[in-house]
Design a protein around this ligand. Sequence first.
Ligand SMILES: [Mn+2]
Length: 303
Amino acid sequence: MKILIFGHQKPDTDSVCSAIALSYLKNELGFKTEPRILSSLKDETKWVLNKWKVKTPEIIENVSGRKVILVDHNNFSESAFDIDKTEILEIIDHHRVHFSYSKPINFLVKPYGSTCTIIYELYKKNNIDAPLEIMGLILSAIISDTLGFKSSSTTKKDLESAKEIATFLGIDLDKYKDELIKIKTNIEGKTINELLNYDFKKFITNVGEIGVAQAEVSNFDLLKKKKEILKEMENLKKNTYHTLCFIISNIVENKTALLILSDEIKKIEKIMKGKLKNNEARYNTLLSRKLDVVPMLLKAFNK
Ligand SMILES: [Mn+2]
């Protein structure tokens, strides 16, 4: 049976493209692997796969009994529900380490802005040429995960890799980036509930579960519905989350708005030094969920 390679639940472009790109590389190296996704694709990722004419990986729900490689996550709560019944062979990721396992495995974590940047590095290291469509996917994932190189998680390596790939593909990086960001920030027709659930991660901590949703937008018009959003957040939080945070990233103007509900809001207000008023804080920078927001929330509760 083939080794399955997949990213996190509610896959984003980086998760999907990492799985496809790594699977191609592994197969070139003589392994028998197949990329999979754990749930359906987002519009942005559909656009990317369509653009580079790559077929959508099959959705798989049940992975028990399989040998697997995880990309773009190392947290069981974000993985397949029966991940504990698999044999994990390897993990390639760029998130903080949550993982502990019963035996040693290949575990490659680098603080790059995108898992695909790590995979691009692996292609070079192994002297394997990726076909054009795989290069296209890698480039798209780097742009997507770094919010067009604007997120604080962006590294020199991400930008250099993207430039190199764009040159190789003969495409104008700025133009392609703008095109992709336009697709990424299109929230037209989505309900607030859909936006909250679109890119949602939960973290299990000693104080309880912390949920952090993120939406990428091209302007802050969405905040005109703040009352409605807080009401939806309250519904989502009820009985489940200790703290719920909605990151609204304005990736055209480089600004961030945070909406936060918490059982211990005072602790968060304290750590944010008065920046959080009426459950809302604004920043004139783009915050990264994994580098800025989650560490700040954890720090507030001293975890
Ligand atoms: Mn990623």
